[in-house]
Design a protein. Structure first.
Length: 134
């Protein structure tokens, strides 16, 4: 038995097999967390897009129908508040992502992914204008 970095490595019998199973469990859970995190991030982005579309539709309806210029103003303000809350949630989820990256590094899981994920608009190594992404 050899102690290293707050862990104990056992090289005999079933203890070694159990350690192997634990590493497999960590990997499986890490993969699941990564999948679910990316799905949650995508869902927030999708919700923001749908809210933006709703806002545009509401303003267009007001402009193109014979109603007063402030008709539906309270609904628009509430939708804008909802969008801000969604952006706040997105920021918190980004913080969760960062903390999970720290946990992955600490666990040595090798599941440390890119932030943002590879293939997204931000991975070219240069700032990307929002208009370029759209």
């Amino acid at each position: 038995m050899e102690a290293t970095d707050n862990t104990v490595a056992m090289t005999f019998g079933r203890a070694n097999h159990a350690a192997s199973n634990n590493n497999g469990a960590v990997t499986v859970h890490g993969l699941r967390i990564t999948r679910d995190l990316h799905e949650a991030e995508a869902a927030l982005d999708e919700a923001l897009i749908r809210q933006a579309n709703l806002l545009a539709t509401m303003v267009r309806a007001r402009r193109e129908t014979p109603v007063g210029p402030f008709t539906g103003q309270e609904a628009l303000l509430r939708l804008a508040a909802s969008q801000k809350a969604m952006l706040d949630a997105s920021g918190e989820l980004a913080r969760v992502h960062g903390k999970l990256l720290d946990v992955g590094r600490e666990m040595g899981s090798g599941l440390v992914d890119d932030c943002p994920p590879a293939g997204s608009a931000g991975d070219a190594g240069r700032p990307v204008a929002l208009a370029d992404v759209a």
